[in-house]
Write a protein that binds this ligand. Structure first.
Ligand code: HEM
Length: 305
């Protein structure tokens, strides 16, 4: 199997840097050359600052893919499934390229960001950038541990990476991002038990509610889906809290072997079950962006300069 980019299945880090670019017309060949060099740049700085556990990945926007690699496209790649329902919005805001940089040192991330920007030179415009951070013991800013039910160890690869079903793109991953902005004042007006009913887990001890105690609108009820064969539709979440005291939330990121699971979970959150029980979490946070990408394998980037 082709070698995946390290950032897809990496363990969580303390600091994240997300760089969102739009490409300038006519620079495709140059950009392909830059992208083919990025995994080696991660290796080089990763070795120089080995204690920082640097990883990262480059992801190509669904709307930009055909311009950059006109000869072949991942079988299931499609634009972000923007949706609106019952007063909730999941907007799509396309970007051409996303570079995710994560490590345990903010300075190393910054250095990496500078080197990436220098390599791209004026072939792209940096349209958005965001710094993520680990909050307490891996919690979202709502105070709840985030990522508990993520697949672990080698299972991450099975969940996140395309396999032999699309041989030209094996080792790649379908990526979705959403920048959620929390309304913490409203969230903190709830007492802890009310908050726990929104998530479906206890806050401090992070224990899952018994099935019979989970409200139909709680987040984990809406997000834990099975396919028609009863198999879980699992995604690997690589999200991080971001922001400052005036504006803060979760930079949500899903990595998966198919884009379908993210879309189905998002629909389940916003549209709810047959009784229209939408995800109660959406009353306390708002998706401001949403974009779909494919993170090709290192091998693909190398072979398609
Ligand atoms: C602001 C936005 C979000 C916040 C704060 C949030 C937070 C959480 C928390 C605290 C948990 C429970 C612990 C865990 O297993 O990680 C969780 C579970 C989960 N979330 Fe989210 N989440 C958000 C958005 C999303 C979105 C957009 C999706 C996918 C479309 C999603 C998918 C999941 C899944 C699959 C689980 C595991 C459910 C289970 O099997 O128990 N989340 N989330």
């Amino acid at each position: 199997m082709a070698q995946e980019q390290l950032g897809v299945c990496a363990e969580a880090n303390i600091h994240g840097l997300y760089l969102l670019f739009n490409a300038n017309d006519g620079r495709e060949a140059f950009i392909r050359g830059v992208l083919s060099q990025l995994p080696a740049l991660f290796d080089e700085l990763g070795e120089r600052f080995s204690e920082a556990m640097l990883t990262g990945m480059v992801c190509i926007g669904a709307n930009y893919w055909d311009e950059l690699y006109p000869d072949n496209r991942p079988a299931l790649l499609k634009p972000f499934p923007a949706m609106s329902h019952g007063g909730y919005d999941m907007p799509g805001v396309p970007y051409d390229i996303l570079v995710q940089v994560r490590s345990d040192r903010a300075d190393v991330n910054h250095l990496m960001g500078l080197q990436i920007a220098a390599l791209f030179a004026n072939s792209v415009d940096l349209v958005d950038q965001l710094k993520g951070f680990r909050y307490l013991d891996g919690r979202d800013l709502t105070g709840f541990v985030e990522g508990t039910k993520n697949p672990r160890g080698m299972k991450k690869h099975k969940v996140a990476l395309v396999g032999d079903e699309d041989p030209g793109f094996s080792g790649g991953s379908y990526i979705h991002i959403q920048r959620y902005r929390h309304n913490l004042r409203r969230w903190e007006s709830l007492d802890v038990l009310e908050q726990e009913k929104v998530i479906g887990r206890t806050k401090i001890k992070n224990q899952e509610f018994a099935e019979s105690k989970k409200p139909p609108c709680c987040h984990i009820k809406r997000a834990d889906l099975k396919d028609e064969k009863g198999q879980p539709m699992e995604i690997l979440r690589q999200s991080m809290p971001y922001g400052h005291l005036k504006l803060q939330g979760l930079f949500f990121m899903s990595c998966c072997k198919t884009p379908e699971y993210f879309e189905k979970i998002l629909r389940s959150m916003i549209k709810g079950d047959e009784h229209r029980n939408s995800d109660a979490l959406l009353n306390f946070t708002e998706a401001e962006t949403g974009a779909a990408f494919f993170a090709p394998s290192r091998t693909f980037l190398q072979n398609n300069k």
